[in-house]
Design a protein around this ligand. Structure first.
Ligand SMILES: Cc1cc2nc3c(=O)[nH]c(=O)nc-3n(C[C@H](O)[C@H](O)[C@H](O)COP(=O)(O)OP(=O)(O)OC[C@H]3O[C@@H](n4cnc5c(N)ncnc54)[C@H](O)[C@@H]3O)c2cc1C
Length: 536
């Protein structure tokens, strides 16, 4: 079947005639979660759609290398490891954790600069149901899943202070956007996906108020451009700002960057091992806090401070994930054998890892100093070795100095690479410290044990195991005013009539939740905007 442009639905950009100009109505850069969602939603619309996707249908070393770049701030994932550059994008290996933003996540926080979105929860909420199914969740019904799952939460908390919450987890077989939606796009009459097509420059008219074309390059040396009425950049949280910054032949600071905001405000959900919860008797059953099946859903529970409490106290979201470190069985028949095996196991703990972190030894002294009698040792351990590790995952505060910049080095297409300077601030530190202190009090009150916080409250710097969640947010943030952001409430670049951005780079704040469900909901909202407002 041929498109109105006479191309098959998936086309190879390397076969496009040199210097050709393709014409369409909507041009989308990037075929990952955001790009695929937008293209699907425009199937059967009155617009012809071209998707420019850098990769093919599988991983390719040379294409992936276009993502390489240094980290100059806090230690972070390699920039060519934290995202994937082929059709389906990073959904080719994401973990599928989904949770919508809470209403309060869109609001300004007292005492925390740059918080608050130009849109509210009511603008996004209508799109979460469809976004859930798009992401691969089995149902749209968030409310019923949440309330039945929460009924099983073992730690009873004062809901005005701390609450049990859940994330829904997309089954592994349903996670990959490429596998789920390739055929649908293949069949669409009005969509053509160009593979191996790298957008290398956004060109504007003379006034800079309208994009005229996107320049495309392939690794095989082919060059062509796409003219459209509307352009949507959906190349991911690091590559979309890179493309704007690198489009600097007409505009030395880059396109959409008259106020120098493009690439700033990079946010993650930093995480580290924050505390141990030692049970004071009856161990809270950790199953709720471990990924598990309930009914038709996979879920995982965690604890966080209540949103109203966050708003009243000027706190941001901190997720507290609980994981059983070691469980001493109720009965053993051979005490001496059990203790000997345990000593062997504890000796090897330092070599074992939980997602990238060395498992610490919570009570080595108990084992070393325990009474010689194996039964006494066993009894001593039963009370002490049942221990739960608490990992904090933090909503990072918006910070203009946490940023992506162009560097001198160029990639194989001649485009400047980027460096990521990830930075956390004193606000982040105070937020997590205060939340942990309050959580310790709450755990004691609930009779769920004692919390041993691992890092001193006055400690400067961040724990050595601090890392991110591969969530790339904020670098083209949404704002009412062009001085504080890059896109407006519709996702349109301030001051440019036909350039939009889809993806978590438009997040004004990070919220506590994983980003993909919300970026997909925002993309569906953008599709509706384009269909309603039309193409001007
Ligand atoms: C290991 C891992 C686990 C994750 N787990 C979760 C999770 O549990 N929950 C969650 O919410 N999120 C998770 N994420 C993040 C999630 O994958 C991203 O939020 C999501 O994929 C972003 O979608 P996107 O479309 O904006 O970007 P991507 O999916 O990265 O897609 C961008 C697309 O643009 C293409 N592209 C890039 N540059 C160009 C260019 N110049 N020209 C043309 N095409 C280009 C790329 O090839 C790619 O296909 C995880 C990420 C990783 C790495």
């Amino acid at each position: 079947m041929a498109t109105p442009m006479g191309q098959p639905m998936f086309a190879d950009a390397r076969a496009v005639e040199q210097n050709r100009v393709l014409e369409t109505e909507v041009c989308i850069v990037g075929g990952g979660a955001a790009g695929i969602t937008l293209a699907r939603d425009l199937i059967n619309s009155r617009f012809r759609v071209v998707v420019l996707e850098s990769g093919g249908f599988s991983y390719d070393v040379s294409t992936q290398d276009l993502y390489r770049g240094p980290n100059t701030g806090l230690p972070y994932f390699a920039l060519d490891g934290v995202r994937l550059r082929y059709f389906g994008g990073t959904t080719n290996h994401w973990s599928g954790d989904c949770r919508p933003f809470d209403d309060a996540d869109f609001e300004a926080r007292r005492g925390i600069p740059y918080t608050g979105w130009p849109i509210g929860a009511a603008d996004v909420r209508p799109f979460y149901g469809r976004a859930s199914v798009t992401c691969g969740l089995p149902t749209t019904n968030l409310r019923s899943v949440t309330s039945s799952a929460l009924a099983l939460a073992p730690i009873r908390l004062r809901k005005e202070r701390f609450v049990n919450r859940i994330v829904r987890v997309v089954p592994p077989t349903a996670r990959n956007f490429a596998a789920r939606y390739k055929e649908e796009l293949q069949r669409a009459d009005n969509v053509t996906v160009y593979l191996h097509a790298n957008a290398v420059e956004v060109k504007t008219n003379e006034s800079g108020r309208k994009v005229s074309a996107i320049r495309v390059a392939t690794l095989s040396g082919r060059r062509f451009s796409v003219r459209a009425r509307v352009f949507v950049l959906a190349a991911g949280g690091l590559e979309t700002p890179r493309l704007l910054l690198a489009s600097n032949r007409q505009w030395p600071r880059g396109v959409g960057n008259h106020n120098g905001v493009v690439g700033r405000f990079f946010m993650e959900h930093p995480r580290f091992l924050a505390a141990y919860l030692a049970s004071a008797g009856k161990q809270p059953n950790p199953r709720f806090y471990t990924e598990h099946e309930t009914g038709r859903e996979r879920i995982q529970g965690y604890i966080a401070s209540a949103k109203e409490f966050q708003l009243a106290s000027g706190l941001l979201d901190v997720q507290l994930h609980l994981e059983q470190v070691y469980h001493v069985p109720k009965d053993v028949s051979d005490y001496a054998g059990y203790i000997a095996d345990l000593v062997d196991e504890v000796d090897s703990w330092e070599r074992v890892t939980i997602p990238g972190l060395p498992i610490p030894i919570p009570y080595p002294d108990v084992l070393r100093d325990a009474a010689r009698d194996p039964k006494d040792t066993y009894n001593a351990l039963r009370g002490k070795l049942n221990s739960i590790a608490v990992t904090a995952r933090i909503e990072q505060a918006p910070n203009p100095n946490s940023r992506v910049r162009l560097i001198r080095e160029r990639d194989a297409l001649g485009m400047h690479r980027i460096a990521l300077h990830w930075q956390l601030s004193a606000i982040d530190k105070a937020n997590v410290n205060r939340t942990l202190a309050l959580f310790g009090v709450e755990i004691g009150r609930a009779g769920a044990g004692r919390l041993k916080v691992l890092h001193a409250q006055n400690e400067t710097g961040w724990p050595a195991d601090t890392g991110g969640g591969s969530h790339l947010m904020g670098t083209t943030r949404m704002s009412r005013d062009s001085r504080h952001g890059v896109v407006d409430r519709d996702g349109r670049v301030h001051g440019i009539s036909n350039l939009y951005i889809a993806g978590s780079s438009v997040f004004a704040t990070a919220g506590g939740a994983t980003p993909t469900l919300t970026l997909v909901a925002l993309t569906l909202r953008l599709a509706e905007h384009l269909k309603t407002v039309g193409l001007r």
